[in-house]
Design a protein around this ligand. Sequence first.
Ligand code: G6P
Ligand code: BGC
Ligand code: BGC
Length: 867
Amino acid sequence: MEQALMREASLAPGVRMLPTYVGSTPHGNEQGNFVVLELGASGASLRILWVTLTGIKGQRVEPKSQEFVIPQEVVQGTGQQLFDFAARCLVEFLDAHSVGNQGLQLGFSFSFPCHQTGLDRSTLISWTKGFRCSGVEGQDVVQLLRDAIQRQGAYSIDVVAVVNDTVGTMMDCEPGVGPCEIGLVVDTGTNACYMEEARHVAVLDEDRGRTCVSIEWGSFSDDKALGPVLTAFDHALDQASLNPGAQRFEKMIGGLYLGELVRLVLVHLAQNRVLFGGYTSPALLSQGSILLEHVTEMEDPSTGVVCVHTVLQDLGLNPEASDAELVQRVCVAVCSRAAQLCAAALAAVLSHLQRSREQQTLQVAVATGGRVLERHPRFHSILQETVKLLASECDVSFIPSVDGGGRGVAMVTAVAARLAKHRRLLEETLAPFRLSREQLEAVQTQMREAMAKGLQREPSSLRMLPTYVRATPDGSERGDFLALDLGGTNFRVLLVRVAEGGVQIINQVYSIPECVAQGSGQQLFDHIVDCIVDFQQKQGLRGQSLPLGFTFSFPCKQLGLDQGILLNWTKGFNASGCEGQDVVHLLREAIRRRQAVELNVVAIVNDTVGTMMSCGYEDPRCEMGLIVGTGTNACYMEELRNVAGVAGDSGHMCINMEWGAFGDDGSLGMLSTCFDVRVDQASINPGKQRFEKMISGMYLGEIVRHILLHLTSLGVLFRGQQTQRLQTRDIFKTKFLSEIESDSLALRQVRAILEDLGLPLTSDDALIVLEVCQAVSRRAAQLCGAGVAAVVEKIRENRGLEELTVSVGVDGTLYKVHPHFASLVAATVRELAPRCVVTFLQSEDGSGKGAALVTAVACRLAQMARV
Ligand code: G6P
Ligand code: BGC
Ligand code: BGC
């Protein structure tokens, strides 16, 4: 067992330890009507039940049921014959019980070793017992049943769950001295299931909770353990069976084999003249002539002797009185061994549980089912006694199942039906986030139109602001510069040395408290100057008036390189008295107020521009800048002739698109989900930056949080229980998306991240949260890609090129940290702009370096003008 759980390769094919995807024993509140189809538990018959679960503990409604005998030619015919037979029986049953045809949900009890990959996906590994239908091994039996039901065409039935008979038995059971966590079946075949610690099951990526494992102990065949036990009769039986070499353990215990073992012993004794005066009969010599029923009857303490005579006479034998006693002793020996072996196996399960749960005394209930356990006069008591002997440290109560586990199957079905409904609701919720190619093309087209209008100064949600940056650096720039970098996660002051060998940067990060970012403009700029003074002191730069470039990552209308009027704050900033003002002027005022420093502000630069310049210093093909961080935006080199309002017709100018505001005229309405609306409404700038709010880091976590709230209200997450934590704004940071979506992360780590947030969830919940994160970040990356595609296509068309090769400088935490964002952007661009070969360069030094380079270029040009 332990080797199989850990998937350690063992030489002997042992027990299989198959996960069943049943994660908990019943809650007792499951309810509804379910059809249960049982195949394989009781020989060549099939049982159909109509089970009603009331949802109230202890309140049972008697199920309706009907048994159908499967003809021998079907049991060993083709799979299609078998499943068609089952589907016909279903129709007959449903017709007879007039249960209607509305939303029938079926649980399939299929008692053969199967590889399950979900509650409704199960591949038959191999037939056992008397079954051998062709074309089923290796196939998903749920699908085969669905197909057969569809071929009948009479009812629409949803096959929701598939379970082993042991699982149905366990799930049906009320707790005894302890919880019922083991299901044991001894019928035609034998097997057990139990609740295992999920962390012990290597194939499951889980470290908490329990999961039901079907042991499939029938295939136990360890030589060392079984060798001394196997007799010549066992070998003979195995050789003549349908599956020689397989299910060796089962062949000593299962009801299909007990009668046959008795028969082989009787033949042996007769042939050695110990029985029947040395005579046999043709019937005694034919395989299968003694059945479990015969053995059970013959062992009956009160009527057994009479039965022995009848059975033997029916076999054409003429027993004497001493024969009858011997035959009974044979039956006792065969069945006692079976019960004792079964007990040994069960004791192994119990002591494994006791040890792995580190309990002094394990208190547990075992649900039992199957005809051998139910009908054989002593099997049950021998089992109990032997278990007591072998697992004395466990306090075990045996609880016989009431109706063969049918209700248990219905309970699993109820859980599976609930999960399937949840999946549907999840899909419906996430559908608007899954954008089609057509939708992305529409975004690209709209973006192109808005760009053209913005450039021409016609009404457009894209402002297309001229930056007065006309060229990327040519490498001849030199000198020391100061730079400020305001508007992303960090506020930075930098000293940038542009020298022959390259660029050297010393920088320091300062915090901008929210109260300052949202206080008065004067406070904000005073704080900035204080930081500069501090930096100058630390770097020994006091008294020097170095040229300064100011990366200011907000929409500004520039009238020149050193003049930028703040149009409106974005992201988390809202300092009063700044909108409509020249930011350079506000900075100079603050410098004047402080009288502490002398600064020569040369240029104001958007972060997109800074990033483009910084990457352009390394790669002259870099003609676009892209930011996907707290906010999002792009800039690119446009032909001057296309830019209204700036003098000159030749050459280029970098345009700050301010694409975060794309769609603020309502044009993105179709794409906007109710969650986007909620995030927008709760922001400090409702109705503004609608594109940004679907893409950037400041908002994705919030979108996810709103979806999670919605799914909780639908009962899909957290068992429908709203937590206070999740109601808290900004509790779900965008960095969690990056962490949760990281490929290297196991689901259990996802859960740990969320538990740190105070969200106690199951692994089903964790999977749902992961899917939500993926849907939200994927849409963001695709929208961003559609924007980039619009821009590079415009550059290509501007230049009348068949094909454009261009680089894009990129910065921003989301783009850099998220595990899939960058590749999704690139893939979208390849799809939507197939004639552009686009290389994405990640900026390493932030846009402060770019601001210094813009300043350097300006200084160089100014110097040239003076000369
Ligand atoms: C750049 C700049 C920041 C800019 C940021 C965007 O490198 O130096 O000023 O705004 O990246 O990223 P973030 O994730 O910090 O918003
Ligand atoms: C099957 C098991 C089943 C058991 C009892 C065995 O032959 O492989 O899946 O639980 O019989 O029906
Ligand atoms: C601002 C842009 C900036 C972008 C990225 C947006 O909110 O409006 O100016 O480039 O964020 O930081």
